[in-house]
Design a protein around this ligand. Structure first.
Ligand SMILES: Cc1ncc(C[n+]2csc(CCOP(=O)(O)OP(=O)(O)O)c2C)c(N)n1
Length: 276
């Protein structure tokens, strides 16, 4: 069923809040990764607000859904969504990357906060997610496992070992969401090492795989619904996004992969995002 207008507006507002929080957190920390979370905001908000069965009341329930952020450096946006879902104190967001904070620059597993796995070392997220998915199936749980990944992480060989195993074991409760912004730490994918057609690759590995406009909330929602209805194969959503989406001077600029905005840039970004 298509999203109702009010629901779509709520998800879009959550995505905008992700962008605002990301700018504030990375600016306050004076380090971090703003570009990725801005690009991922629309699909992450659609997942967290509409599909992921995780909230403050069920965080310790063994059969709830799981989420693993493979591209762990983009965690500012993840923390914003956990705050929006009541799992993290909003005040804590500005402790991002500070000593003693549970909100480090890469996620550290913390079930009280709903953080299911420590990530940052690229490549192992899909293997971990597959393990969670198979364990859930073995326990007879109605759990879905969502694994965020990226074009850069797709250069890691272990991703493809996991992709092989996931299809072999029929992990239909596993969905990978790949942030395909054509950018990685050192520049554009085509200049560093192109991964080419990820949809065709996942399909060849035996997955249900689709290309999705990563900024079209309706299309993202429909793809997540289709993934949930798939009963035999794992699902891959290859989400075409723009790094830095929503802030004019950050869009499609690899330089914003891992640099904090200065005072002036942060103010301009927040103004463009309509932050009050
Ligand atoms: C195993 C490993 N190798 C290298 C790195 C360093 N690293 C951090 S982010 C990154 C680029 C990842 O690409 P992508 O997620 O596509 O970047 P983005 O789109 O956020 O710019 C790299 C190589 C790492 N975190 N882990």
């Amino acid at each position: 069923m298509a999203l109702e207008t009010t629901r779509r507006d709520e998800i879009a507002a959550a995505a905008n809040q992700v962008r605002i929080d990301t700018i504030r957190m990375v600016h306050a920390a004076a380090c971090g990764h703003p570009g990725g979370p801005l690009g991922m905001a629309d699909f992450m908000a659609t997942l967290f607000m509409e599909h992921l069965n995780l909230d403050a009341s069920n965080r310790h329930a063994p059969d709830r859904d799981r989420f693993v952020l493979g591209n762990g450096h983009t965690c500012a946006g993840y923390y914003s969504l956990l705050a929006q879902k009541g799992l993290i104190d909003r005040d804590a967001l500005l402790t991002f990357r500070k000593f003693g904070s549970p909100l480090q620059g890469h996620p550290h597993r913390n079930h009280d906060l709903g953080i299911d796995f420590s990530t940052g070392s690229l490549g192992n997220s899909l293997s971990v997610s597959l393990g969670m998915a198979l364990a859930a199936k073995q326990n007879g749980w109605d759990t879905r496992v969502y694994s965020a990944s990226s074009d850069g992480e797709s250069q890691e060989g272990q991703i493809w070992e996991a992709a092989t195993a996931a299809a072999h074991y029929g992990a239909s409760n596993l969905t990978v969401m790949v942030d395909f912004n054509n950018v990685q730490i050192d520049g554009y994918m085509r200049d560093v090492m192109d991964v080419r057609d990820l949809r065709a690759k996942y399909e060849a590995f035996g997955w249900h795989a689709v290309d999705v406009d990563g900024h079209d909330i309706d299309a993202i929602d429909a793809a997540l619904v289709a993934a949930r209805e798939e009963t035999e194969r794992p699902s891959a959503l290859i989400l075409e996004t723009l790094i830095g989406k929503g802030v004019s001077f950050m869009e499609n600029q690899p330089g914003w992969h891992g640099v904090a905005p200065n005072d002036e840039e942060a103010a301009k970004a927040l103004q463009e995002l309509g932050a009050s």
